[in-house]
Write a protein that binds this ligand. Structure first.
Ligand code: FAD
Length: 495
């Protein structure tokens, strides 16, 4: 079996590294990339699943953090999203401990309804640790860490790191521009990539990682793009690195703006910033002025403009071509899910890996699973924009009143009516994530689970205090995030 990967951004090198590791040299892997075209290069925030990917490859966390200038991410702080002047935190991991079948937040709803003053955030270890800038075991505390965390890193350095990993395991890299593809007249399968310099690269399975250009899945095979801009109207971003704020925050900050939002991602050597905006509601000059006027420190480069449309390919695997990364679709970076979607595609491809015939049953199953994955994340993103009290600009008035997918309106109504949150099937974001964002955006349940009323008042008080106490205890064992990162960097120099 000959696998040809077209494109060497994050998607291409993640795919190459994973295939090299799991097939251990039994498939021939060639990756083609063009130095002249380059990569998107942004994409610095992740979600905890990245840990599974890295540990599956046997990557040492310290080495990874060192090589990518990485930091820890405990969640996202959302500023001005519900109303100007308000903020909330979406932390990874649990929010309180469930009692039997009933999630913690139902008990908390009763407690808050009876005048209890501790906010929901106090029950998320990640939210409390983030606020205090903490992560990693404190002095004399062996192994203490928070159960769910992810990373911020320099995406270009990560791709370079994976390239070294993949090449050391037998992946062949070819540099050059792909001009077109040759297809088999009978099956329609791609047979070879035709290179600018006149050579050709033949294969049995082709992985399209050519980014927004989608050279194989789009240009060659003509698979349409399903555009979701009517639900997620942001379609551009300016990216601009700067100096940081001083403290190395272990979280991403997302601040809502008049026609979009702005990210702030602290890395070891700089802070990544970007303003994601909707061109239908503002112009590029104004968007850039917003970004440059609100940087946390001195700009370190020239701003870069990126254009995109939120949506996905109607089919991400067609014939003998599988699209991964930006060629397969793009969900704007609000919850940092793109790198996860690459990982999800790779995991599905490994599970459903074909022989040369690429049986349609495998192809259909892959497409079904990834469609589901994309749609569930899409709904979660729309929630942030739609459930808002903001009416101060045309953009927010549009988002507040736009029609939303039924799958999302059902979920919101269930929460409003009963405090219940249902996680569909294997959808990525679990109950605590939906809870924190629904509550943070101002959705208020009319009631809570009736089983909660079985608890006598004294038990409820004890249970709430115990949960808050456990969070406090856990966070107290942690060191400062910057101390932890400095230790990781130092360990690199010492070894
Ligand atoms: P690219 O990086 O574009 O790579 C494409 C590759 O294909 C390159 O190597 C290029 O040389 C090659 N290529 C293209 N055409 C040819 C050709 N004709 N011949 C040869 N080679 C070719 N993701 C996250 O997870 N978290 C984030 O916080 C995040 N923020 C983002 C912010 C913005 C504004 C954008 C646009 C994206 C963001 N992403 C984020 C997404 C993330 O950047 C991408 O998912 C990731 O970089 C993967 O990109 P890629 O490898 O698919 O494409």
């Amino acid at each position: 079996m000959r696998v040809v990967i077209a494109g060497g951004g994050t998607a291409g090198w993640m795919a190459a590294a994973a295939l090299a590791k799991y097939f251990g040299g039994t498939v021939a892997i060639t990756l083609v990339e063009s130095d002249e075209i380059g990569t998107v290069g942004v994409g610095e925030a992740t979600i905890p699943q990245i840990r599974l990917f890295n540990s599956g490859l046997g990557i040492d966390e310290r080495e990874f953090l060192r090589e990518t200038n990485g930091t820890i991410k405990l969640g996202i702080e959302f500023v001005d999203w519900r109303r100007r002047g308000e903020r909330y935190f979406h932390g990874f991991g649990e929010v309180g401990r469930a009692i039997g079948l009933v999630p913690f937040h139902h008990y908390w709803l009763r407690y808050a309804g009876e005048g209890g003053e501790l906010p929901l955030e106090e029950f998320s270890p990640n939210a409390v640790a983030a606020r205090e800038g903490r992560f990693g075991p404190g002095a004399g505390v062996a192994g203490a860490r928070l159960p769910a965390s992810a990373y911020h890193f320099d995406a270009t350095l990560y791709a370079r790191f994976l390239r070294r990993y993949a090449e050391a395991r037998g992946v062949t890299r070819r540099e050059g521009k792909v001009l077109s593809c040759t297809r088999n007249g009978g099956t329609g399968f791609i047979e070879a990539l035709e290179m600018e310099k006149g050579d050709r690269i033949a294969g049995d399975l082709f992985i399209d990682c050519t980014g927004f250009r989608a050279l194989l899945i789009g240009e060659t095979l003509g698979i349409d793009y399903e555009d979701w801009s009517h639900w997620l109207p942001c379609d551009r971003a300016f990216a601009l690195p700067s100096e940081g704020r001083g403290r190395l925050d272990p979280f991403t900050r997302s601040t809502a703006r008049g026609a979009g939002w702005q990210w702030e991602i602290p890395l070891q050597h700089r802070t990544g910033n970007g303003h994601v905006f909707a061109s239908a509601f503002t112009d590029e000059q104004a968007a850039l002025a917003t970004l440059t006027g609100t940087l946390p420190g001195k700009a370190l480069a020239e701003p870069r403009l990126l254009r995109f449309a939120t949506g996905k390919r109607r089919r991400m695997w067609h014939g003998n071509c599988v699209a991964l990364g930006l060629s397969s679709g793009f969900l704007e970076p609000l919850e940092s899910t793109s790198i996860h979607l690459i990982q999800a595609g790779i995991a599905r491809l490994l599970a459903l890996f074909p022989d040369r015939s690429c049986d349609p049953a495998l192809v259909e199953e892959f497409n079904r699973q990834l469609d589901f994955e994309y749609e569930a994340i899409r709904d979660f993103l729309i929630l942030h924009y739609h459930a808002t009290d903001r009416e101060d600009t045309e953009f927010w008035r549009y988002c507040r009143t736009m029609a939303i997918p039924e799958s999302l309106s059902d979920k919101m109504e269930l929460f409003r009516a009963s405090g219940r949150i249902v996680r569909f099937n294997t959808e990525l974001f679990d109950v605590p994530s939906w809870l924190q964002v629904m509550w943070g955006q101002g959705l208020r349940p009319r009631t809570y689970h009736p089983m909660v009323d079985a608890a006598p008042d004294a038990d409820l008080t004890r249970y709430i205090a115990m949960n808050a106490g456990e969070v406090r205890q856990q966070v107290d064992t942690l060191d400062l995030h910057e101390t932890y990162i400095a230790r990781v960097a130092r360990a690199g120099r010492d070894t």
